[in-house]
Write a protein that binds this ligand. Sequence first.
Ligand code: PHE
Length: 340
Amino acid sequence: MSEALDSLQSQLQAQIDALRVEAVAAAEALERESDVPTARARFLGKKGAFAPLMQSLGRLTPAERPAAGALINVARDAIEAAFDAARERLVEKALQSALDRGRVDVTLPGRTVAMGATHPVQQVMDDLVDLLCAFGFELEDGPEVETETYNFDLLNMPASHPARDMQDTFYLQGGLLLRTQTSPVQIRTMQAQKPPVRMIAPGKVFRCDADTTHSPVFHQIEGLWIDKDVTMADLKGTLTHFLRMLYGPDRPVRFRPSFFPFTEPSVELDVWTGTRWMEVLGAGMVHPQVLRNVGYDPDEVQGFAFGLGVDRLAMIRYGITDIRYLWENDARFLRQFATR
Ligand code: PHE
């Protein structure tokens, strides 16, 4: 081989080596399989980095060409191999990351479903209704939007009656109001049924009043037992037994004389909270005028009625000091009463 050819060959060799190094580095740096064809074409494609080298072969003599061509081919093969390896590596990598993403850790705890909890007032309400139904009282229902007639007049509270002011009434248009008590359900039930009647009516009542023990919306359960010979002794026995079942036989309970226009005599029941007496129940013998108002004959039948404040009982049961907690719907408060 001549000196000139030698230098031409070594020049070519240097170019090829540089290209090979560059191409192999490029192949190894690839991160996505989809980038492989473009990168490969940059070196081996028709307009790739090798194209000018191939053209330069044409300037060589026929004797020089085979050796130079062989050099190029060896380099091209090496680069092909580098890109093949890159493709293989990247296909493997994509597969591995797909597997990793889909991996299921069977040791993880299952997802728990967040269960709601029954509101403490509803829990107490449900318990009271269950208890009273066991006594033989039947469930009745009445509207929350009432007329003055049912909420007051038929309960022996005519328009001039001072007791009407004691119940801070939310009046609506057209002579309607939000019932201030569940007692109108007594009237509706007696109008619809002949005696004997033994019913309870749980529900919401509304009074324009708000502090730590009064809420503008609260819950009552009305009770009514009318028959030929239901007496004050039945009232006392039934309600004492009822509160004992609720709070246990040792909880102090007291009857206090009181006044309601629709009962005579009237009483209030207090329960000892541990620090003070709390009124939970109003009751009394149904006033003869109320019986007459619904077409019953007070010489034939008599009985007792009671209305109990459910929210107060819930406060006593759970030691809640402010009735407003029952309405704020603070999940931290409500969660404490979750039973499951
Ligand atoms: N309705 C009365 C109240 O809300 C309670 C009551 C009901 C009293 C039945 C006596 C008889 O204060």
